[in-house]
Design a protein around this ligand. Structure first.
Ligand code: UDP
Ligand code: MG
Length: 322
């Protein structure tokens, strides 16, 4: 069997019920990437409409189109993740299937990446989505994500980004986490740039998201922050909380005793007694949870042979010149 030729560029497109948008999008990509050697990977995320039939049609006349079809709907992050895994290009560019991202931006993103960045992230500066349910929450979320991760980007949520395959492939994605790739990558020592991209209103099909995505994003944010800061030392977090609870318990316990001795205030009528007991129980729980988490972390790292560091390069000792 001949090895398939490696394209320079892989376009990855998650598709969920986008039958009316696909043909036009494909046409635009072909137009925009005339000068590139590229492949397009459509990942059909369990569409219930004719999307997959449309995609097989497109593929008949386009040798550089590859299709992945999920058994059911697993979500945009899963679709992107599958696309990234199977992409063969040295540069990977994901893109929404609904035509809101403009394929004409791809060459600019790629040349920026070639200037020496590991990730170039699109910024939908003039975003064409519902202001109340989408644009405003996304602004707040971006500000918040920037503060917490320390990686300030204007638009984490933009699907259109360009990645070097080797910086993208090691990153594992869960939940709604594809938007955090730039933060995860920068933590791993990669360089990230941002570039304004065009954004267009959705003309056909329906948006798959509403306000509730914002909550998922916040929960994911807590998760990655925790993993990034403490994944190798969870006892520091849980143990720290345990110590705080213990101190609280100690103070209220002493207060109860003092009130009994000096004020003759009955202990069993004093609500601080209950506070003290609850805090003591919680303190023990936190410490035990921390120990459990330590065991889990060790299993995680050792079972996958994952080191707790990332080496840039190693320079071995050189044989003396003779
Ligand atoms: N999408 C997907 N699986 C899902 C939801 C969405 O693959 O469960 C795809 C969808 O087809 C589109 C992209 O993810 O290509 C972004 O979806 P949408 O346009 O609804 O999001 P928005 O642009 O409103 O953020
Ligand atoms: Mg969209």
């Amino acid at each position: 069997m001949t090895q398939p030729e490696q394209p320079a560029l892989s376009i990855v497109i998650p598709v969920f019920n986008e039958e009316e948008n696909l043909a036009m999008l494909h046409g635009e990509i072909v137009q925009a990437l005339k000068d590139f050697h590229y492949e397009i990977l459509f990942v059909d995320d369990g569409s219930a409409d004719k999307s997959f039939a449309v995609l097989t049609d497109i593929q008949k006349n386009s040798p550089n189109v590859r299709l992945i079809r999920f058994r059911r709907n697993f979500g945009q992050t899963a679709a992107l993740s599958a696309g990234f895994k199977h992409a063969r290009g040295a540069i990977i560019v994901p893109l929404d299937a609904d035509g809101q991202n403009d394929p004409a931006d791809i060459p600019r993103l790629v040349s920026k990446l070639r200037e020496g960045f590991d990730i170039v992230s699109g910024w939908r500066k003039d975003r064409k989505d519902n202001a109340v349910t989408r644009t405003l929450p996304s602004r707040i979320a971006n500000w918040f994500i920037g503060r917490i991760t320390g990686v300030r980007l204007h638009d984490y949520g933009c699907t259109l980004k360009a990645y070097r395959a080797e910086s993208l492939k090691p990153i594992r994605l869960y939940g709604e986490m594809h938007r955090f790739i730039p933060a995860l990558a920068r933590w791993g020592g990669e360089s990230v740039a941002e570039m304004v991209v065009n954004h267009r209103p959705r003309t056909r099909g329906k948006t798959k998201y509403g306000l509730n995505r914002t909550f998922k994003v916040i929960l994911d944010l807590i998760t990655i922050k925790f993993l990034a800061s403490f994944s190798t030392k969870p006892i520091y977090v849980f143990g720290g909380l345990g110590v705080l609870c213990f101190i609280g318990s100690f103070i209220s316990g002493i207060t109860v005793l003092a009130m009994k001795v000096f004020r003759e205030y009955s202990m069993n009528r004093n609500p601080l007694l209950i506070v003290s007991l609850i805090l003591m129980t919680t303190a023990v729980q936190f410490v035990l949870m921390g120990l459990l988490a330590e065991i889990l972390v060790r299993t995680y790292h050792e079972s996958q042979d994952r080191p707790i560091y990332i080496i840039d390069k190693i320079i071995e000792s050189q044989p003396p010149a003779s």
